[in-house]
Write a protein of this length. Structure first.
Length: 385
């Protein structure tokens, strides 16, 4: 899936576009016990309720790829003896094909999610089923509503925390006074969500799910391994750490400031060139090797690359370019010191030996310099007459 396909589905989450027929839920407490389950005909809800649910559905498909959204692929499981195990895809197929009408399939899915999720507070497993009559498009991208090529039947699963509201002082019309309101259990925006099947090339793609995580640092790979199998996504921070380790070890632990700056410059240019592409720029093993070569890493150091890459990332997974560098800034950190510059100004910073010590040097001859908002004198030191 790409961002255009996600936006096409999100645009349907409004009253005049939606064809969502059924919505189900299972309310779970912090001990993993089911409090209640329900099934609703979505069209029977009030307009206000529908609008609230539409906002929740949209949240479960928000953010950017590689940070909040990930395309996951179903994998094969094995038992303790290494024999083929459960087909994880099968339960999702049964859930979709039942259109949320089969209580047995719903119960099986709820139990699987509860066991895999292990959330320690109250939450709701919320399911919605939709059948989208996908309109054809002309070569110019214009939709033809009366010409459909495919019906995209899908289930959206959202894991939403349920929290007690705070006490509020509100006006009570009966007593003509202000009183404390009762606390209520409120459904919050989803922490995680799964869309099955994916909507790839505007068609059903049953090979995996689109996974959403509100917190880009908490993508719950343990839950995904239990529910989806296969390779689990790597968080943005994890990708940056992996790339850093590959660079450092390929250069034998002797990484210079100019090496990092050259990598930043080249990768920033490539990200800029691909900014209008439907999918974000990702780097394969071969791409990273080429990037290091283009940035000036010696042939001697590059001979280490294959061994280093395979040790850091045993199962090859592409790294998203915008996750491994920040195109808007370059940051230099020392103990208790942090220097941040725009990438185009990073060339001002140099390394230089001064009095036998390796130093970072920033020339300030023609620069205004401020410390805690106070302008200080720059340029060459004054000399006495």
């Amino acid at each position: 899936m790409n961002k255009k396909e996600v936006h096409e589905l999100r645009r349907r989450f409004r009253k005049e576009k939606s064809t969502i027929r059924k919505m189900c839920g299972c309310y779970v407490n912090g001990d993993g016990e089911r409090i209640t389950s329900f099934r609703e005909t979505f069209a029977m809800l009030s307009e206000e309720e529908q609008d609230k649910y539409f906002e929740i559905f949209k949240k479960g498909m928000s953010g950017s790829f590689g940070h909040n959204l990930f395309c996951t692929q179903f994998g094969e499981t094995e038992d303790a003896e290494g024999n083929p195990g459960e087909n994880l895809q099968e339960l999702f197929l049964k859930l979709r094909d039942s259109e949320l009408e089969d209580d047995g399939i719903l119960d099986e899915f709820y139990e699987r999610v509860i066991t895999a999720y292990g959330y320690r507070d109250n939450y709701l497993i919320l399911l919605a089923h939709d059948a989208y009559d996908v309109p054809s498009r002309t070569r110019d991208g214009i939709e033809m509503e009366d010409a459909s090529e495919d019906v995209y039947s899908y289930v959206l699963c959202l894991l939403c925390p349920v929290n007690l509201t705070d006490y509020d002082i509100c006006y009570d019309a009966q007593s003509h006074s202000f009183r404390n309101t009762n606390r209520r259990w409120k459904l919050e925006a989803p922490m995680h969500a799964m869309l099955f099947p994916m909507f790839t090339d505007r068609m059903s793609d049953i090979t995996g799910t689109l996974f959403y995580s509100r917190d880009a640092k908490d993508i719950r790979t343990d839950m995904l391994a239990a529910l989806i199998g296969g390779l689990t996504p790597i968080s943005a921070k994890g990708q940056r750490d992996i790339f850093g380790a590959i660079v450092e070890e390929t250069l034998g632990g002797k990484c210079e400031y100019d090496d990092v700056r050259n990598i930043q410059d080249i990768l920033s240019d490539r990200i800029e060139e691909s900014k209008d592409a439907p999918e974000p720029l990702v780097l394969s093993k071969a791409d990273i090797s080429g990037l290091l070569a283009d940035s000036g890493v010696s042939e001697e150091n590059l001979q280490r690359f294959d061994t280093v890459y395979d040790s850091v990332l045993p199962k090859e997974q592409p790294l998203q370019a915008t996750n491994i560098i920040d195109t808007k800034k370059m940051e230099v950190k020392l103990e208790g010191i942090k220097i941040t510059s725009k990438p185009e100004r990073a060339r001002l910073i140099k390394t230089q030996m001064i009095d036998g010590r390796n130093c970072l040097v920033i020339p300030i001859d023609d620069e205004e310099v401020f410390v805690n908002g106070i302008a200080i004198t720059g340029g060459a030191p004054k000399t006495e007459d």
